[in-house]
Design a protein around this ligand. Structure first.
Ligand code: NAD
Length: 273
């Protein structure tokens, strides 16, 4: 086995990605499977059944049998516990949890922010997208003395508020904060908790905010503002997330790293004038 394989190879590892039908989840799943991992994709199966998501991933990677699908709402503790049992029984013991559930709904002034939507976005990003799955997996790992690893999805909104998306800002800054808190809490069990903060990648939920015309690719004013603010002057591409995903999933590559949030943002955070 060569050095790179030893450091980054994930052969024999089972990894769960929540929000497994999402755009970023698909990119991460591809990198993990190409590195030898088996990936269980968890999602609500609303836009397409999870079997279809699994079929698409097998087609994209040519790795048949490397993916598994589970229908689950990660905002519900009992469902998450059942999904974990099912994954363990059918596919293997997960050692890495990627909290890929999240996204935003709409945009408004502060005064007009609708509280029902606000709660939904907090619930999606903070409770379903971090708290519940992390609680269930950490308790499962502690019981079995497994030195697991959690990878959360933070955002540029974790560092600097994005305009008009109040609940998303609140939730994502909390995700980054609690990544550090949970890292400290679970360190004595050998469990690592880190996060990736992607810049702007076109996902299902943010497309409407950023792209005006799907056919021509014309951007909204907000989409143009993002590109102007990104020193690399483009949206993220799926391959931009491959390295960081494999790095954080590998205990040999990042075994002494916990509580860290790694921006993958084309320089968005270092933009100045
Ligand atoms: N796309 C970006 O530019 C970007 C930037 C920074 C951070 N992020 C974060 O990365 C993560 C993935 O983003 P994306 O753009 O791929 O989003 P996406 O909308 O493509 O995927 C999110 C998936 O989560 C699923 N989901 C939502 N609530 C769920 C629940 N309760 N239970 C199970 N599944 C649920 C959705 O059905 C969807 O398939 C999110 O946390 C997002 O906030 C995205």
């Amino acid at each position: 086995m060569d050095f790179v394989e030893q450091l980054f190879g994930l052969k024999g590892k089972t990894i769960v990605i929540t929000g497994g039908g999402g755009v970023i989840a698909g990119a991460m799943a591809k990198a993990l499977s190409n590195s030898g991992a088996k990936v269980s994709l968890w999602g609500r199966g609303r836009s397409k059944p999870m079997e279809e998501v699994v079929g698409e991933m097998e087609e994209r990677t040519g790795a048949s049998g490397a993916f598994h699908g589970v229908k689950v709402d990660t905002g519900k503790t009992e469902e998450v516990k059942e999904a974990l049992e099912k994954t363990e029984k059918e596919f293997g013991t997960p050692e890495v949890l990627i909290n890929g559930v999240g996204g935003n709904i709409g945009k408004s002034s502060f005064i007009e922010a609708d509280m029902e939507t606000f709660r939904k976005v907090l619930e999606m990003n903070l409770i379903a997208g971090f708290m519940i799955p992390t609680q269930v997996f950490a308790s499962y790992w502690i019981e079995r003395k497994i030195e697991g690893s959690v990878i959360n999805m933070a955002s540029m909104a974790s560092y600097i508020p994005l305009s008009g998306v109040w609940a998303y800002d609140a939730a994502k800054s909390a995700v980054m904060n609690l990544t550090m808190g949970a890292a400290k809490e679970f360190a004595s069990h050998g469990i690592r908790v880190n996060a990736i903060a992607p810049g702007f990648f076109l996902g299902y939920q943010n497309r409407a905010l950023l792209v005006k015309n799907e056919e021509t690719g014309e951007l909204t004013e907000r989409g143009k503002a993002v590109i102007d603010h990104t020193p690399f002057a483009r949206f993220g591409r799926e391959e931009d997330l491959w390295g960081v995903t494999v790095f954080l999933a590998s205990n040999r590559a990042s075994g002494f790293i916990t509580g860290a949030t790694i921006p993958v943002d084309g320089g968005y955070l270092v933009h100045n004038i």
